[in-house]
Each structure stands twice: as C-alpha cells, then as structure tokens.
Design a protein. Structure first.
Length: 220
C-alpha cells in the first residue's frame, strides 16, 4: 500500500471540485478575520500543537485543512475585489478620450429675392398665411453677408434651431424694400416655398403691428 502525505488526498479533492464556485463574493476584511479565527481555534477533539521546528512533516490533517480553506477564501476575496473594481461606475475615463461632440443644430436656409418690376403689395394676413416659412427669431451673428438667427417660435414650416439668411448687397435690399438685419435684434421672418424671404413689409424687425399681422395669419 502506497503511503501518502496528509495533504495529497485533500488536494485531490480540491482538483475534483472547486469549492469557491458556490461561495458568494467575500469581503477581504471578513476573510482576514476568518483566517485568524481558524488558525487560533482549538476543536473539542483535535488541538493544534505543532511548532515551527517540526516543519511540514508532522503537521496534522487539521492544519492542512485550515491552510487549504484559507487559500480558497483568499482566492475568492481576490476575485471579488477584481470584479468589483471592474464594474465601478466611478472609474475615470481613459486618458486622452474625447468628450462626445454636441449635435449640430438643424438649419433653414433662405435668400433675399432678386429685383422685380412694380411696387410692393400692402402686407396682409391672407397672403402671409400662405408662407412656407414663418418664424420669430433673434439675429445671433452676421458674417460674410449671411445672418444667422436663433428661432424662438415657428408659425409655419418644419421647425429648425437656426435660420440663415443671405442678405445680398445693401443696394439690393434698398431696391426691394427689405430690412437689413442687425446682431442682437429680434425679427419676424417669412419665406416662400422656393426659399426666398418675403419682403415688402412681410418680414422685418419685431414690432407690435407686424406681430399682430402674424397672429392673424397663423392664429397664434
């Protein structure tokens, strides 16, 4: 019959089944307390009396069992710590990562109409109600003859965050009776289905009279 070291049978059992698989995640502090209690505990029938001088040859089966259990508990605690850190929602982003870019605002582009013979028609709610675009907006920037307005209210057309108007030349504006835009001012702007600004008093700086015309035309 072959002699076996006291720990051979125990290690064979550990290889056959993983006792840590069914254990819940252990707190490292609790593992330390359990290990300390296990190493200092005297059972009713077995007392650990070995000393460091005996080495590993005269260790009792209880000592090997305690050591194996300690290994299992420490391994489980390590796995818990690793997993917990990986799922930590407060983990800072990877260095060098770029923040998400803000979405580009949608834009409606309009242009000033060309010169046309004849005189302007008196602004009226019936004609204005047929506008493809109508918006209450503030001029936020002017560059290269193009004014960008930030919409606050849409009366007609698919709403967008911004409206861009190509003003054309100052002479053209004077010829067709269009009002020039100034940054920081509020405007009521109407446009046709071909993307041209309605001039001759249908579009202009915000005023009570023009606002009442828009209210009549669009029922706002």
């Amino acid at each position: 019959m072959t002699d076996h070291e006291p720990g051979d049978e125990l290690f064979a059992r550990l290889r056959d089944s993983d006792p840590a698989a069914s254990l819940p995640a252990a707190d490292p502090d609790r593992v330390a307390r359990l290990l300390e209690d296990a190493m200092s505990h005297d059972t009713e029938h077995d007392t650990v009396t070995e000393s460091r001088g005996t080495g590993t040859h005269d260790r009792s089966p209880l000592t090997w069992l305690v050591a194996a259990a300690a290994v299992v508990l420490i391994a489980a605690a390590g796995a818990f710590t690793f997993t917990d850190r990986g799922d930590d929602p407060t983990t800072p982003p990877t260095a060098g990562s770029e923040p998400s870019a803000e979405p580009t605002p949608s834009v409606t582009d309009l242009t000033m109409p060309g010169a046309a013979p004849g005189r302007c028609m008196v602004p009226n709610a019936e004609l204005l109600s047929g506008a493809a675009y109508a918006v209450d907006a503030e001029a936020v920037s002017i560059a290269g003859g193009v004014v960008t307005l930030e919409a606050t209210e849409w009366f007609a057309g698919d709403p967008t965050g911004l409206v861009r108007v190509d003003q054309g030349s100052a002479d053209m504006q004077a010829l067709i009776g269009a009002t020039g835009f100034e940054e920081g001012e509020r405007y009521l702007v109407a446009g046709t289905d071909n993307g041209q600004v309605m001039v001759c008093g249908f579009s202009g700086p915000y005023a009570a009279e023009l606002a009442a015309l828009y209210s009549e035309a669009f029922g706002s």
